[in-house]
Design a protein around this ligand. Structure first.
Ligand code: SAM
Length: 436
């Protein structure tokens, strides 16, 4: 042994881009490479960069293994630094080449701390001996991995534990579930947050109970989308409801929710529910007129299969399929994050239902970009969402069901709109033409 340590600087090219962006797989590969080389693991710290790249270090008793990845170049830079004779860093090199599926690897070895240049001195450890020789603590692992829902200018990031609990690409979209630190399990579709266990109540209580508590005669309900099951769960709290039809295009969302989000999907087996896997747009085109008292459009953002759920043709069918006293509620996007979708939808609905029968309301949804989210309530018969409210009954309902977000004050306050929103939803003179 001519040096204290061996430092191998490694270049891996032509790796799997997917693996190089995946913290759990990289961390697992690095830990495995350390163990195979004979090292004793002390600590592991990894960080994911948005949208691409991972940095991480495994501290071993014999020094460290470190990595920085550039998935967009299928390239990883790796340092393998080991001290003593008991560890062979070249074993780690071979192991990592396989783990990253590298087409090509190259490395140079440096001797660190060449003994002929060093002079050893005696150190009297004295009282330090106990601290210096204390037992190894169990290895610690820490990951900084974030899910980011964003457009070109605004982003919301939520830290999660690193592993995807569920991931499947359906014919329509990429469906994933992450385990977050603050919001429990979180469902995402095409990298957009759909709902999380800890704050889904805001969305589902508001999209359902605001309309239903001012229209207590509702018996037949249709939900378009809503595959996580949260809307159906809230609808079925109202005992007068006789039937609920849910048309969700993607069975993968339903399956993932049934398996991993039981608090949301708990009502999906209720005998009053008819669950149809199909396109809500096609379903409504063929549905009989005046069939439903309440139609809920619980769609994802206007991307992929949801685009048509933001169109005038679809809402004309919604109108046609509502009973004369029927009403509709839709998630209508963020007035800031998705302003054009929000405004276009509001104008489109005003053309179909008449402006006085269209009411925007807001809820604060912590896991959606900007937090400010809107819903739109429309009726055929003009039942007003605030003046028609029986506040005592709604307060009693919220208490009886232990609701987490909805209460009678929130119901009324939700319709108080900031001035900038009032301005953008007021229908322009040309809106008629715009919606056609
Ligand atoms: N709370 C959510 C949000 O605003 O982010 C909505 C959640 S829910 C999971 C939305 C569902 O709408 C998705 O499961 C998606 O598959 C479904 N969907 C999208 N387009 C659809 C269509 N044309 N017909 C029926 N369901 C559709």
């Amino acid at each position: 042994m001519k040096s204290l340590g061996r430092h191998i600087l490694v270049e891996f090219h032509g790796c799997s881009a997917e693996i190089l962006n995946d913290v759990p797989r990289i961390e697992h590969g690095m830990l495995e490479a350390a163990v195979q080389s004979g090292a004793t693991i002390i600590n592991s710290v990894f960080h994911h960069f948005s949208p691409f790249g991972v940095s991480g270090v495994i501290v071993i008793q014999e020094s460290h293994l470190a990595i920085h990845t550039w998935p967009e170049y299928r390239y990883a830079a790796v340092d393998l630094f080991t001290c003593g004779d008991s560890v062979n860093p070249w074993v780690s090199y071979e192991s990592l080449k396989g783990a990253f599926q590298a087409e090509h690897g190259s490395a140079i070895e440096l001797n660190r701390g060449q003994l002929e240049l060093l002079e050893k001195i005696d150190i009297d450890l004295g009282d330090m001996r106990d601290t210096a020789t204390r037992k190894l603590m169990p290895p610690k692992h820490s990951r900084s991995v974030w899910f980011t829902d964003k457009d070109e200018n605004i982003a919301l990031s939520i830290r999660h534990k690193g592993d995807r609990i569920f991931q499947e690409r359906s014919p329509y979209q990429l469906v994933e579930i992450f385990d977050t630190f603050k919001y429990g399990k979180m469902l995402t579709v095409d990298k957009m947050v759909m709902c999380s266990e800890k704050d889904e109540t805001a969305y589902h209580e508001m999209i359902i109970h605001v309309p239903m508590l001012v229209n207590p005669a509702v018996k037949n309900v249709l939900v378009i989308g809503g595959g996580d099951g949260g809307s159906v769960r809230e609808i079925l709290r109202h005992p007068q409801v006789e039937s609920v039809t849910m048309v969700e295009i993607d069975e993968v969302v339903v399956r993932a929710s049934r398996e991993f989000l039981p608090s949301l999907s708990s009502a999906l087996d209720d005998p009053k529910l008819d669950l149809i896997i199909g396109d809500g747009i096609e379903y409504l085109k063929n549905a009989p007129s005046e069939r439903f008292d309440f139609i809920v459009v619980d769609s994802s953002d206007p991307v992929g299969p949801s685009v048509g759920l933001f169109s005038a043709d679809f809402y004309k069918d919604v109108y046609r399929c509502l009973t004369p006293d029927g009403m509709m509620a839709a998630q209508s996007e963020s007035p800031r994050f998705n302003q054009s979708a929000f405004v276009d939808l509001s104008h489109c609905l005003q053309n179909i239902f008449e402006p006085q029968n269209v009411h925007t309301y807001l809820a604060f949804i912590q896991t959606y970009p900007t937090g400010m989210w809107s819903f739109t309530y429309c009726t055929k018969n003009g039942v007003h969402p605030v003046t028609a409210l029986d506040a005592d009954k709604s307060a009693q309902f919220a208490a009886d069901h232990d609701l987490q977000y909805y209460n009678s004050d929130v119901h009324q306050a939700a319709f108080c709109l900031p001035t900038f929103i009032k301005k953008i939803v007021s229908r322009p003179a040309t809106a008629e033409a715009h919606a056609q």
